[in-house]
Ligand binder design. Structure first.
Ligand SMILES: Nc1ncnc2c1ncn2[C@@H]1O[C@H](COP(=O)(O)OP(=O)(O)OP(=O)(O)O)[C@@H](O)[C@H]1O
Ligand SMILES: [Mg+2]
Length: 310
């Protein structure tokens, strides 16, 4: 079983309009709500790829059934810790030309009791686990070193730990030497203080992260693919799509691919191939942070994986 700590569950509201003009009344063509947050994306993608997965995250009264039903349909065992406040909402305004404007709630401020309950629920879930994935922003109220502490706890229990975060939470987690991190170019630059301008810069950053104790650092570069280093080789993997519908959440699906490949004992270059296929499969359709297994299988054969020279 793979355990995902994706505490900051959200309600994603996708509003489709012809065009969006600031300061004017807008009429939407369609509105759709999805359970969201990075943990949901990662967990439902792991399930779509066929591996058993459980997710620990927040839930509120009004959305408990909505989220539980969707997670169960998607094959995710969901352990929801209920709060009295509302879950955060992430509003995405999508114009006909594909432009997206996102408005993200700050989200609830957690009491100590709720924080303890999340950590307790996660601790129990980890007992029956083969890997721990920490994904997304920490809800307000958590210390920034929470992922670092969980990484140490997971490693002590013999679990490979995967961290997808940003800012201080990522920086502190890196010091705890997780098995794998997957910053995007911006997050990697923030982490190491130098811009990631392309494949070579990403490979250099991955080597620095590896020297710092991260076994398999990966830097993602959106449509330009991803670069990973495992101490033996650096690899670039990429897939050119003719058309991208919505690439938000591709990093989450990418991470799910890496976790699944690790659980199956695949070589690192094959792990990157699967991950890139997952990131691209997410971009094929409108929904954020989800893939169809058949799309992933079809795309996997088209991923170009190149070993970079030292
Ligand atoms: N337009 C695209 N075409 C093909 N592949 C893509 C595209 N966008 C993303 N991908 C794949 O998905 C991976 C992750 O994407 P990206 O670098 O945008 O992650 P991210 O910024 O963490 O995304 P998010 O946080 O929204 O999930 C990329 O490395 C790439 O392999
Ligand atoms: Mg990301």
């Amino acid at each position: 079983m793979i355990t995902v700590a994706g505490f900051n569950t959200a309600i994603d509201r996708l509003v489709t309009l012809d065009s969006f003009t600031l300061g004017e009344v807008q009429r939407a063509n369609a509105v759709q709500n999805y359970p969201g947050g990075k943990g949901v994306h990662v967990a439902q993608t792991i399930a779509a790829l066929g591996e058993p997965v459980q997710l620990v995250g927040l839930v509120d009264g009004p959305h408990r059934n909505f989220i539980a039903r969707r997670m169960s349909e998607r094959g995710v065992l969901f352990h929801g810790v209920e709060i009295k406040d509302e879950l955060r909402q992430c509003l995405a305004l999508r114009e006909r030309d594909g432009r997206m404007t996102e408005v993200l709630d700050p989200g609830p401020l957690l009491s100590r009791a709720v924080r303890d309950q999340l950590l307790h629920t996660l601790g129990r879930a980890m007992d029956a686990s083969a890997a721990l994935v920490m994904s997304g922003s920490l809800p307000r109220g958590f210390e920034a070193d929470t992922y670092a502490q969980l990484t140490r706890q997971g490693a002590a229990a013999g679990l490979p730990c995967f961290v997808d975060a940003s800012g201080d939470a990522l920086r502190l987690a890196v010091a705890a030497m997780p098995y794998l991190i997957k910053p995007n170019g911006d997050e990697a630059a923030q982490l190491l203080g130098s811009a990631v301008t392309g494949i070579d810069a990403a490979a250099a950053l991955a080597r620095v992260l590896h020297a710092g104790g991260v076994a398999r650092p990966v830097v993602t570069l959106g449509a330009k693919g991803a670069v990973g280093y495992d101490g033996h080789g650096a690899w670039h993997a990429v897939l050119q799509l003719e058309h991208s519908e919505n690439a938000v959440g591709s990093g989450d699906c990418f991470l799910a691919g890496l976790v699944v490949a690790q659980q199956r004992g695949w070589a690192f270059d094959e792990a990157l191939r699967l991950a890139v296929a997952c990131g691209a499969a997410n971009a094929l359709h409108e929904e954020t942070g989800f893939v169809r297994r058949a799309d992933v299988e079809a795309l996997r054969a088209r991923v170009e994986v190149t070993r970079l020279s030292a």
